[in-house]
Ligand binder design. Structure first.
Ligand SMILES: [Zn+2]
Length: 307
């Protein structure tokens, strides 16, 4: 049986192939890390069947943890590539600090350079298609209009179902101190971040990440609005209810099988958005690398946050 490793990856920007990414992630030492496969389904690509799955990694060391997430949107390659580039560093980090790693959450989108699930031919406009984001968590999030219901009855796609189940299964053993979700943005002129934890603009980790990028000469969009019309203050967007896995990880209450349950309550949830259109991939990978290299420091900062 062929697997997604055998599918050709879009490579106009010299990103690592899907096989190279997974080979790199597999360097995490078995002594410290547990690797799991979330099986999705067989997919049919040009009349061949391929085994399609997501890989998840967590340290054998449990406890208050860093959750590192990347590749939720397929056309945002910097995060998965930066994790691959820094895999030895992450391996070492996992010896000291509990870490949950979801390094590429939409592999089929990645190989096709397409935001959501796989399409043989990408539609011209995102609005033309039924948006099926791997990170959608609305089936576990409480409906604003009717708080007895979730926002959506079922997961939007298999990836979303498996990833959100994985979150709920692991948050007790690995309570999230910091969730770092590496994204990119292809519409804005400069980079910015989201802070989804309860401290919002005052989150010390969010502020540190913005300062780190400024120090490294990355252009930050300090004020104005995102393309989704969200207000940016000092490079940070807060108070977002976007139904994402980040909202799920920061939620105080969630809904499981029609019952309200305690949410994961991550203290700090930061989503990085580096700009794709004006910055070459190599430089964007560097931006994500600078942030990854400070994870230990962020973990210490996060532990001090009083809830
Ligand atoms: Zn994204």
């Amino acid at each position: 049986m062929k697997t997604i490793y055998n599918l050709p990856t879009y490579n106009k920007d010299n990103r690592l192939s899907i096989e190279e990414l997974y080979n790199s992630y597999s360097k995490l030492e078995k002594k410290y890390w547990q690797k799991n496969k979330l099986n999705i389904q067989k997919i049919n690509y040009r009349k061949h069947l391929y085994d399609y799955f997501l890989l998840t990694f967590k340290t054998k060391k449990t406890g208050k943890a860093i959750w590192l997430i990347a590749g939720m949107h397929g056309e945002e390659p910097a995060g998965p590539n930066a994790i691959a580039k820094n895999i030895d560093f992450i391996n070492k980090l996992g010896k000291k600090i509990p870490v949950v790693l979801l390094p590429i959450c939409n592999p089929l989108g990645y190989i096709k350079d397409w935001r959501y699930r796989y399409y043989e031919k990408a539609p011209k406009d995102i609005a033309d298609v039924d948006i099926k984001s791997s990170g959608s968590s609305e089936h576990y999030l409480i409906n604003h209009e009717d708080t007895r219901k979730p926002r959506r009855n079922k997961p939007v796609c298999k990836e979303s179902e498996l990833l959100t189940k994985f979150v709920l299964k692991n948050v007790k053993k690995y309570p999230p101190i910091l969730v770092l979700d590496l994204h990119e943005d292809n519409c804005l002129s400069d980079s910015y971040i989201y802070s989804q934890g309860f401290l919002r603009h005052k989150d010390p980790i969010a502020k540190d990440i913005v300062n780190t990028l400024i120090k490294r000469k990355f252009k930050i969009k300090r004020t104005g609005y995102t393309r989704f019309k969200q207000k940016i203050v000092n490079g940070i967007v807060t108070n977002v209810r976007d139904g994402s896995i980040d909202e799920l990880l920061s939620a105080y209450r969630i809904m499981v099988n029609k019952h309200v349950r305690r949410g994961p309550r991550a203290k700090s949830v930061v989503v990085v958005e580096t700009n794709i259109t004006r910055t070459p991939l190599k430089k964007r990978i560097n931006a994500h690398t600078y942030i990854l290299k400070k994870l230990k420091h962020f973990y210490t900062l996060g532990k001090k946050i009083k809830t």
